[in-house]
Structure formats: structure tokens, C-alpha cells
Write a protein of this length. Structure first.
Length: 415
């Protein structure tokens, strides 16, 4: 028989400290429910939660209130103007969500169509990990719709696209891809990490699932790692089941930061997009520059598609994302020299945060690509990706200009 509290030993009393009563007032910020486990009123309640006949929380790998709040918030932003229900699932990283989507909707013998210019981690996963389990992927140019149609097979389960490709900034024609995928009985899965909800909401353009590395714009401060996928609740509940079995669940502290980041997402992204367009336009004519890729530039091959699919902000300014890929003359050496001479923009991993970051693409985000794969993806060995942050445009332009001005000697080596 349990002893009365006053008679319990000091360790028992220390472990069983009082817990706060349920609050009558809702906190404005979503609390961090940093608990791996939850307690139940009875074994029957515990069993009902685990077998899915009752809703609630049992174990944070399965579900956590802070992580759920983050996912529900993303669903609200992604599906804002889409008729019909939408749900979302939170993950520990972008790669955790990407792998879970493929584990859910493919099997040995299944076929996937993906962009040649896909994020390097996704490329590595599809080629080396899913490939080992018998999932075959054709990496093609998904902006060429004839190539997409030609690549389809009866066993194609997923047509995969990035709304705005990393780092080429190619723009996917989502309605056209959705029609092609659906006619073949496949899902259109879209990684929209580089075009978050204020820029584009792929579910409104026919995508079945939209996913993000939340580490980037959604969190926005380079201080939390996470991923999220949104779509019809039937698809999302199948992905949740795989998340529970594979364990890539989002931690509550990370979920708190990512959820907080969402509150300033439109403000941050609108400003980053405006600065990126100014920055790209200013650098496009520099003599040390071989090419500048940004969908806001009228000569960009995806400019018209972006105008059709991407949203304008409340001020009427169209948002084209905040990635600018600058390719100087001089191949790899030129790319390294440009990145290393910058003083405001920082050589740093990741993208989408408040700081402007640069990376030499071929040796970092796309290091999994050999020369042939780089060429197929349209990535120049010298390309440097700028993720434009919240600094003042004039400072970023002056910084890039001084770095490019210093490249004169390298330009002579040509490419
Ligand atoms: C477009 C894109 N998708 C997915 C990922 C993977 O996300 P994470 O690093 O959060 O796993 C990245 C990371 O850079 C990315 O750029």
C-alpha cells in the first residue's frame, strides 16, 4: 500500500514534485512540452492512446504537443487558400521528412522521377539509400515536360520537384507536373524549402504533398533543425505511421523555435526577396560575372512560370525567393575566390536565415554530384549560391562588388 506523502522517502518526494494545474488562461507563446513521456489516468486510457482509438499524447517520438503545434501552423499557412482538409507532420530535419515520404509511398521495384538539379542530400538518398532497397530514380530536367512524360513508367509512384531548385533557381511548373503525374497514377511531391508559403503554396497548384527543410526559412534564424510535410490527411496519416516506426520525430525545443519563426515568416521573406532581386540586378552586369541566376530577372528561363505561381506581398511586389546564384569566370578557383573575399556575406552552411550566407555549390551542397551530374543539373563548377538575408541591400552589393573586382586575374584563366 502506498504510504502517505509525508511518510515517503526524500527521493520519492523529490521525483513526485507537484505539477502545475491546468491553466485557465491560454499562454500567448506555445509552451515547450519537453517531456518524452506522458502519464495516464488508467491502463485502459494508455492502451486506447496507443491503438489510436483515443486522441492524446503518450510518447514524444509518437506525438508531442509543441511539435504538433508547429506542424499545424505550417498546414494553416500552406493550405490557407486551398479548399478541402489539410494536415501536416513534423520531423527532425528536412532529410527525415524526405526519406519518410519515399519510405511511405515507394516499395522495391517502384520508380521515381526527380530533378537532375535536386538538393544533393535528396540525390544521395535516392541514389544510394532508396536505390539499395530497389527503388529506381530517373534524374531528369523536370522543367522539360516532354522529358517528364517520357520518363514515366507503369511503376512510377512519385514525380518529385523542387518549386525553386537549389541552387539553379529553376522554377517547376507545378500545375503541369501535377497533371502529368496524376494521369500516370503518381503523386506530385514538392520540396518547397526555397519558396516558403509567402512565395508559393504548392498545394494550391496541384501538388499532393509539400515538404520543407524547416531549418531554412520557416525557422529563419539558423538555430533549429526540422522538417515538415503538408497534404491531405489520408496521405499525412500514412507518413506519420512511418515517422513513428523510423523515429525521425521533431524535438520539442526545436519545435518551439521553428513555430516562433513562423510568426515573422512573411515579414522576413518579403524583405529577403526584395533585397535578392535588387542584389541580382546589380550584379548581373559585372564584368567578372559569367551568369547570375535569380527567377526575378526577366531573362531567367523560369521567370514567366514564377510570375504565374509565386505570390506578391501586400505591397504588390512579386516575390521570387531570396536565392541568387552567381557564377564568376574562372571555374572552381573563381568560385572559391569570390566566396572567400566576401566580408558581409559569410561562408556558412544552410540558407534562409537572417544572415546572408554563401556556399561554393560543387564542393558543398552538391558534393555528391560528379562532373557529369553537375553538367546534367546545369550547375557550373564555379557557381556560388547566395542566400540573401536581412542586411541592407547596399551593403551586400558593395561587398559582392569588391570581391568581384578583385577577381580580375582569375578571369584570365577562363573556365
Ligand atoms: C532544398 C532542400 N531540401 C532539403 C534539405 C535538407 O534539409 P535538412 O538539412 O533540414 O535535413 C535542404 C538542406 O539544405 C535543402 O536545401
Amino acid at each position: 500500500m502506498a504510504s502517505e506523502p509525508a511518510e515517503r522517502g526524500e527521493n520519492t518526494r523529490a521525483v513526485h514534485l507537484p505539477t502545475p494545474p491546468p491553466l485557465a488562461q491560454q499562454p500567448l507563446a506555445v509552451p515547450v512540452y519537453r517531456s518524452a513521456a506522458f502519464a495516464f489516468g488508467s491502463s485502459a486510457e494508455y492502451a486506447a492512446l496507443l491503438n489510436g482509438s483515443a486522441a492524446g499524447y503518450s510518447y514524444s517520438r509518437i506525438d508531442n504537443p509543441t511539435a504538433d503545434s508547429f506542424a499545424a501552423s505550417v498546414a494553416a499557412l500552406e493550405a490557407a487558400r486551398r479548399p478541402g482538409p489539410a494536415a501536416a507532420q513534423p520531423f527532425a530535419s528536412g532529410m527525415a521528412v524526405i526519406s519518410a515520404v519515399f519510405w511511405t509511398f515507394t516499395e522495391a521495384g517502384a520508380h521515381v522521377v526527380a530533378p537532375a538539379a535536386v538538393y544533393g542530400g535528396t540525390y544521395g538518398f535516392l541514389r544510394d539509400v532508396a536505390g539499395k532497397f530497389g527503388v529506381r530514380t530517373d534524374f531528369i530536367d523536370v522543367t522539360d515536360l516532354d522529358q517528364v512524360r517520357a520518363a514515366l513508367r507503369p511503376e512510377t509512384r512519385i514525380v518529385y520537384a523542387e518549386t525553386l531548385a537549389n541552387p539553379t533557381t529553376a522554377v517547376a511548373d507545378l500545375p503541369a507536373l501535377a497533371e502529368i503525374a496524376h494521369r500516370a497514377g503518381a503523386l506530385l511531391v514538392v520540396d518547397s524549402t526555397l519558396a516558403p508559403p509567402p512565395v508559393c503554396r504548392p498545394l494550391e497548384h496541384g501538388a499532393d504533398l509539400v515538404l520543407h527543410s524547416a531549418t531554412k526559412y520557416l525557422g529563419g534564424h539558423s538555430d533549429a533543425t526540422g522538417g515538415v510535410v503538408t497534404g491531405h490527411p489520408d496521405l499525412i496519416s500514412r507518413i506519420r505511421a512511418v515517422r513513428i516506426d523510423t523515429g525521425g520525430s521533431l524535438a520539442p525545443d526545436e519545435a518551439f523555435l521553428l513555430r516562433r519563426g513562423l510568426e515573422t515568416l512573411p515579414l522576413r521573406v518579403s524583405r529577403q526577396c526584395a533585397t535578392a532581386l535588387t542584389f541580382a540586378s546589380a550584379l548581373a552586369g559585372h564584368p567578372a560575372v559569367r551568369r547570375v541566376d535569380h527567377p526575378g530577372l526577366p531573362g531567367h528561363p523560369g521567370h514567366q512560370v514564377a510570375r504565374r505561381l509565386f505570390d506578391a506581398g501586400p505591397d504588390g511586389a512579386q516575390r521570387f525567393g531570396a536565392i541568387v546564384t552567381v557564377t564568376p569566370h574562372g571555374g572552381r578557383a573563381g568560385g572559391y575566390a569570390l566566396a572567400d573575399r566576401l566580408r558581409v556575406a559569410q561562408v556558412a552552411t544552410s540558407l534562409g536565415g537572417t544572415h546572408t550566407k554563401v556556399s561554393h555549390v560543387a564542393s558543398t551542397t552538391h558534393r555528391q554530384f560528379d562532373d557529369a551530374a553537375l553538367a546534367a543539373a546545369g550547375i557550373d563548377p564555379g557557381a556560388v549560391r547566395f542566400s540573401v538575408g536581412l542586411e541592407d541591400a547596399a551593403d551586400l552589393i558593395a561587398d559582392a562588388a569588391q570581391a568581384l573586382d578583385a577577381l580580375g586575374g582569375i578571369r584570365e584563366e577562363r573556365d
